[in-house]
Ligand binder design. Structure first.
Ligand code: NAD
Length: 295
């Protein structure tokens, strides 16, 4: 069994991005983060993204709003960033409060600045396999990990547990693409799938994006499978200062010995998500230069 080390791969990616950003001189890419409310996980994710951006020379701006912000007011804030030529990327940290329709918000982000890849236009471009698409960061990070491990996905059976817009749906689309790290046969499973283990046991590559701690157990997998654990779940742990620790959707200790490759939590898919966000920001910046070459 080999660990797919997201820390190592993302660090490699970030170093090459830092070199690329360095060549831009004074002019730097800039990403704006929007955070609504005080959800501790969202605060920590955005902080991590800000720190990583600073580390590789990308500028960032943080706009925070109270949980009570109306959808209209949030749309107005996004409009301001859409028309600000010094901002190349916009990320609205999910989840948003229940009174706000996430898809309305995601679709309002200028598709050219949609570094999260949740806008309908980018999801459409992804389906069309258009290189210009901004691909959502977690699925893109998963593909990068699998690619760097030298896995040939052609003809493999990928089973995705989860059908969210953020992870499940796009990761399946990527494995389906008619190119390298694609050409797989993809099965989607979700909360209404009967006899889940029947499907997961057939997976050459199993992607677990559920949000339930230690949900995937040894009897659910095929020996030698590649296991991608997307889940980030906080479970109580009195031995930690924080009072909790992070575990994935996969029961790592029992599944890992059966797997050929596995992503740990933390240190697997998580760091890749942040690295791909930086990569998308650089891409947005470079595309903006092509549109406005005198900048
Ligand atoms: P989500 O809640 O939107 O989707 C969860 C999916 O799991 C749903 O499609 C649902 O149908 C499926 N599901 C729920 N219970 C099930 C069951 N009993 N059997 C089969 N399927 C079931 O979540 P999401 O946004 O896709 O995130 C999933 C997990 O990944 C969460 O733990 C989240 O924190 C984590 N996540 C991690 C990263 C990262 O960078 N590592 C990024 C995004 C999300």
């Amino acid at each position: 069994m080999e660990i797919l080390d997201g820390n190592a791969v993302s660090s490699d990616l970030l170093n090459s991005l830092a070199d690329r950003v360095e060549t831009y001189g004074e002019d730097k890419p800039c990403v704006a983060f929007i955070r609504v409310g005080e959800d501790p996980a969202s605060i920590s994710y955005v902080r991590k993204k800000e720190k990583t951006a600073a580390r590789i020379g990308i500028q960032s701006r943080l706009k925070t709003f109270p949980e009570s912000i109306s959808q209209v007011a949030l749309l107005d804030e996004i409009s301001l960033l859409n028309s600000d030529s010094s901002v190349h990327g916009i990320l609205v940290q999910a989840p948003l409060p229940a009174h706000i329709d996430e898809c309305v918000i995601f679709n309002h982000v200028n598709p050219n600045k949609d570094v999260d890849g949740f806008n309908a236009k980018n999801l459409g471009l992804l389906c069309q396999e258009d290189e210009k698409a901004f691909v959502s960061c977690t699925p893109a990070g998963i593909i990068e990990l699998v690619k760097r491990a030298g896995v040939d996905t052609q003809g493999k059976h990928v089973v995705v547990i989860g059908r969210s817009l953020i992870v499940g749906k796009p990761v399946g689309m990527l494995f389906l693409q008619k190119k390298l790290t694609g050409n797989a046969t993809v099965t989607y499973c979700h909360s209404r799938t009967p006899d889940l283990a029947f499907h997961t046991k057939q997976a050459d590559i199993l992607v677990a994006a559920i949000g339930r701690p230690n949900f995937v157990t040894k009897p659910m997998i095929k020996s030698g499978a590649i296991i991608i654990d997307v889940g980030i779940n906080r479970i109580a742990d009195e031995t930690r200062k924080s009072g909790f620790r992070l575990v994935g959707d996969v029961a790592f200790n029992e599944v890992a010995p059966e797997a050929s490759f596995i992503t740990p939590v933390p240190g697997g898919v998580g760091p890749m998500t942040v690295a791909m966000l930086m990569s998308n920001t650089v891409k947005a910046y470079e595309q903006s230069l092509k549109k406005h070459p005198t900048q």
